[in-house]
Design a protein around this ligand. Structure first.
Ligand SMILES: Cc1ncc(COP(=O)(O)O)c(C=O)c1O
Length: 337
């Protein structure tokens, strides 16, 4: 265990590009608790409200990744995701703010609508976009690497954001966010359970942050939006080890027996909504005025309904992504008819 002050000191040794003005608010969701008949108090941490260009969790991660990029003398960033990627939108915005060229490789495999939602925003933020027909995963990462190498051959200085390597620095953004939560809430208000969408750095940062700071009893549940594209479980464990090495913290002292990833809400796969996710998306809006996204947060939110009525103060970590609703308008409208 280390103190909040020491963790803060460790993180301050890393270059950071200011993108987020925290703390993001924490709100109680009493209407939803009563409508859903939940047997515990429910709160939401609004990371959908931080960061540029509609924000979200990736802005916290980009503070560290782009800090490092600038330290290395990069003049452009290479990244990508699915066509409606929130990460792509947020990196495009960060590049626009800090005078970096942004190159994106976007996977067109998932039949997501073009020219609306996050994809629309990335385009007019000025990103240079190429499309990739395959799904997310190793072939897509390879394509990003090739683009980075071709930019290098032209005399550019690209910084490549890639999975799983970039989860390490990205997670520092969520170690910092965990410190923010600790400072924001009293012990009596602090969650006994945290539920969030999970692929990589967000879940890793929060889980490790709580362990390092001594909040061992807090249950952290990561709800996966995909199961085939990335080796999530192995990456969580490996990344936690590497982050500890980077911060020069003894990993042997970190208990990893409770990595709690839930794959039961994926449905037919990445980017495909489910009946439960659409219903959670509509209920968060109708009862609390909170807009979720159709790919990540609505699947994680759907899991809240099935948690035991155990009275555990539960915090749902909203990671953003709402602009994608415009790319899913048909499905959302159909679900409320
Ligand atoms: C809205 C939203 N939530 C959660 C995630 C998953 O974040 P991470 O990979 O840091 O776990 C993403 C990833 O793109 C996202 O866009």
């Amino acid at each position: 265990m280390i103190s909040a002050g020491l963790l803060k000191e460790y993180l301050s040794r890393f270059e950071q590009l200011p993108l987020c003005k925290g703390p993001s608010p924490v709100q109680k969701l009493d209407n939803l608790k009563s409508k859903w008949g939940l047997g515990f108090d429910l709160y939401v941490k609004r990371d959908d409200l931080i960061g540029p260009a509609f924000g979200g969790n990736k802005s916290r991660q980009l503070e560290f990744l782009l800090g490092e990029a600038i330290k290395q003398g990069a003049d452009c960033i290479v990244h990508g995701g699915a066509l409606q990627s929130n990460y792509a939108r947020q990196v495009s915005a960060a590049c626009a703010m800090h005078d970096l060229d942004c190159y994106l490789v976007l996977s067109d495999h998932y039949n997501q609508k073009k020219n609306t939602g996050s994809h629309l925003v990335s385009q007019f933020l000025g990103a240079n976009i190429t499309y990739f027909e395959g799904k997310l995963g190793s072939a897509h990462e390879e394509q990003k690497k090739k683009l980075s190498e071709s930019l290098e051959a032209l005399g550019r200085r690209p910084y490549l954001i890639t999975y799983p390597k970039s989860e390490i620095l990205g997670s520092l953004g969520y170690l910092k966010a965990t410190l923010e939560l600790v400072e924001q809430l009293t012990e009596d208000e602090f969650p006994q359970r945290i539920v969030m969408p999970a692929v990589g750095a967000t879940f890793i940062g929060v889980l490790l942050g709580l362990k390092l700071l001594g909040y061992k009893e807090v249950e952290v549940v990561g709800v996966a939006p995909l199961s085939n594209e990335y080796p999530i479980e192995a990456t969580v464990l490996e990344s936690m080890k590497e982050i500890c090495a980077l911060l020069k913290i003894d990993f042997g002292a970190v208990d990893v027996s409770d990595i709690n990833l839930d794959f039961t809400y994926v449905g037919e796969g990445y980017s495909k909504t489910t009946k439960e996710s659409l219903s959670a998306l509509v209920d968060f809006a109708r009862y609390e005025g909170v807009i979720l996204d159709p790919v990540y947060t609505s699947k994680a939110a759907a899991s809240l309904k099935n948690l035991p009525a155990d009275g555990k103060r539960t915090l749902f970590w909203h990671t953003g992504g709402a602009p994608a609703i415009f790319a899913y308008s048909d499905e959302i409208l159909k679900s409320i008819k």
